[in-house]
Every structure is written in structure tokens, then in C-alpha cells.
Ligand binder design. Structure first.
Ligand SMILES: NC(=O)c1ccc[n+]([C@@H]2O[C@H](COP(=O)([O-])OP(=O)(O)OC[C@H]3O[C@@H](n4cnc5c(N)ncnc54)[C@H](OP(=O)(O)O)[C@@H]3O)[C@@H](O)[C@H]2O)c1
Length: 308
């Protein structure tokens, strides 16, 4: 199966479904990325410098390109600028470092990972809150774009007010805001605002990271949701396929992560059925407004984007 695309405000086409790679280990990456690209039909990989796995992912992508089975421009590669590289000149260095890790000469999409900046003290290894403004970071993103190192640029974890300020002070508009969205966290206000500004929402943790059920006490378990299971049964689809299809039908892109080849195929097999209006309304009603990702360690930062 293959994923359809959404067109970004800069005119480029991003595959609606991509593979998340947070917690994909170095050992798992090579085989899984090759399988995703060559067997399962994935054309979009969501990476980040902080995930620490850009090298093996890049190696697998390059070996697929070298084999002649896919071309570089068949594959969409995203990376993200980490919080301790928010000063204008650091953004370019950060992008170059990710490119060197991947062994590629451009990214398809480069994002500011979070609005909060930190200064890293190399001696202590401790991060201190910095006063760097994301408007300065965005200037660095524009430099990266103008240098052709990233063909599209955007943000992640930005709020409505942060986006309003950014849009009023940029020369190149962000094309994407990557934020948490899943059936238990519909994030409607932010989604609606992004849509009104022509910014594509990419949903992270689109399955509410179900694996956390085993490690985080009281983590809400989307896989047990009776409505998702029941709707899925009508179409011979799993709860996960219904959850992903729901946000795709809302006009959002989705980047589920899995280390399993079987689930890779399952997660991309969502483009051969259609949820009815009634199904959409039922799924809308199960929203609990609970986040999977809260990044509590950064709560003291003035630019922390979530409710405290
Ligand atoms: N911008 C940001 O700040 C940010 C934050 C968080 C995430 N992200 C991005 O978004 C991606 C996805 O988010 P996420 O990794 O937090 O969570 P997720 O995609 O919602 O869930 C991933 C977990 O669900 C399991 N899973 C996947 N497909 C499944 C299926 N069909 N049935 C049952 N279980 C399934 C996986 O386990 P197995 O691996 O064992 O299959 C994995 O542990 C990340 O990998 C990352 O690329 C970005």
C-alpha cells in the first residue's frame, strides 16, 4: 500500500503517513527502514537529532537509493533542531550535523523541535534555560531553507499564540506544526488554528503511544477503546487503523512508530476504507483531552507550550 500526499503551503507534497522513529534502536533501524521503504510502501520517515538514530536510518535509506529501487526524491526525510541549538548560527550547524548523520545533502523538512531554548554547559553537561527567542531560531531556519539544506521548514510543539507571533515576524512561513493528536487528545483549537493559517498538522503519538501502558502508571490505553474496536470490526480493521484513519480524514498527517514489520504494514493499510460521518462523530466523542507527552522536565521554562 502507498500513502497519498498533502500539499504544503510551499507547494511541496508530503506523504500523509510517515514512520515515527523515536525509540527505534540502532540495532533495529537498518532492517526495519529497508523493509518500510521496499516492502511496506513507506515514503516518509520522521526523524530528529535527539533520537540518536539518524546514522543507521541514513545508512538504510542510502542503501535503498544505491540499489536503484528508489530515488532520493521518492523519500521524504524530516529532522528536528534540538533545544540547545536555538541560536541563529547553531541552527545551520544543527541541520548540517543531521545531514552528515544521514549522509544526505538535503532534508525534506526541518522543524524546530520545541519552542524552548536551552544552553548546554559542556563541562557539567547540564542544560540551563536560555533567553533565546524562537524568532531568532526561526531566522536560522530561514537561513537553512535559503541555503537549500532543507526544502521545507516548520515547527513542532508550538501553541496558537507562539504561531501568531511567529507568523507576524517571519519572511518564510512555517509549513508544518508537529503536535500531539490522537483520538484521546484531539487538540481541536490548535488544529483549527493551524488549518486556518494553511499550516499542516502532523500528529505525533497518533496511537497515544500504547506501549507506555506497561511503563507509565494510569496511562490511558487506546488499544482497549471499545468504540475504536467496534468501528474497526465493521471494516475488518484494527483499533490502530481506525485511530490513524480518523486523523487522516480530519486532513492531518500521521507518523506512527513501530519496530514490528507486521505493524508497519498494518499502520499503512488505512487508505482502502472510509469512515462514515457517524463513525467520525463517535470517535470525536471519545476525546479525553489527555496528553501522552508532557515533557515535565521543561515545565519551568517560560516558553513551555502546555498547560502546567
Ligand atoms: N515532535 C515531538 O515532540 C514528538 C514527540 C513524540 C513523538 N514524535 C514523533 O512521533 C512518532 C510517533 O509517536 P510515538 O512514538 O510517541 O507514539 P505512537 O506512534 O502513538 O505509538 C508507538 C507505540 O505504539 C506501538 N504500536 C505501533 N503500531 C501499533 C499497532 N498497529 N498496534 C499496536 N501497537 C502499535 C509501538 O510498539 P512497537 O514498536 O512494539 O510496535 C510503539 O511503542 C515518534 O516516533 C516520533 O517520530 C514527535
Amino acid at each position: 500500500m502507498s500513502s497519498p500526499c498533502f500539499t504544503l503551503s510551499d507547494g511541496r507534497n508530503i506523504p500523509a503517513l510517515g514512520l515515527g522513529t523515536y525509540k527505534l534502536t540502532i540495532e533495529e533501524a537498518d532492517d526495519l527502514i529497508k523493509f518500510a521503504l521496499l516492502e511496506a510502501g513507506y515514503r516518509h520517515i520522521d526523524g530528529a537529532w535527539i533520537y540518536g538514530n539518524e546514522r543507521p536510518i541514513g545508512q538504510a535509506v542510502r542503501s535503498v537509493i544505491d540499489s536503484g529501487k528508489l530515488k532520493r526524491d521518492d523519500i521524504w526525510i524530516t529532522s528536528k533542531c534540538w533545544n540547545d541549538k536555538h541560536r541563529q548560527s547553531q541552527v545551520m550547524d544543527s541541520c548540517k550535523e543531521s545531514l552528515a548523520n544521514f549522509g544526505l545533502d538535503y532534508l525534506d523538512l526541518f522543524l524546530i523541535h520545541w519552542p524552548m531554548g536551552y544552553d548546554n554547559d559542556p563541562e557539567s553537561g547540564i542544560n540551563k534555560i536560555s533567553d533565546v527567542d524562537y524568532l531568532e531560531t526561526w531566522k536560522g531556519m530561514e537561513d537553512v531553507y535559503k541555503a537549500g539544506l532543507a526544502k521545507s521548514i516548520g515547527v513542532s510543539n508550538f501553541t496558537v499564540s507562539q504561531l501568531e507571533r511567529l507568523l507576524a515576524n517571519c519572511s518564510i512561513k512555517p509549513t508544518v506544526n508537529q503536535i500531539e493528536v490522537n483520538p484521546y487528545f484531539s487538540n481541536d483549537d490548535l488544529v483549527d488554528y493551524c488549518k486556518s493559517q494553511g499550516i499542516l498538522v502532523t500528529c505525533y503519538s497518533p496511537l497515544a503511544n500504547v506501549s507506555r501502558v506497561e511503563i507509565v502508571a494510569n496511562h490511558h490505553d487506546l488499544s482497549k477503546d471499545a468504540h475504536l474496536i467496534k468501528i474497526g470490526a465493521k471494516y475488518n480493521k484494527s483499533w490502530a487503523q481506525v485511530a490513524l484513519r480518523y486523523n487522516y480524514q480530519r486532513g492531518l498527517s500521521i507518523i506512527p512508530k513501530t519496530k514490528s514489520k507486521q505493524r508497519l504494514i498494518e499502520n499503512i493499510s488505512i487508505f482502502d476504507f472510509q469512515l462514515t460521518q457517524q463513525d467520525m462523530e463517535t470517535i470525536k466523542s471519545i476525546n479525553k483531552n489527555v496528553r501522552t507527552i508532557t515533557f515535565d522536565a521543561t515545565k519551568d521554562h517560560p516558553l513551555y507550550p502546555f498547560e502546567r
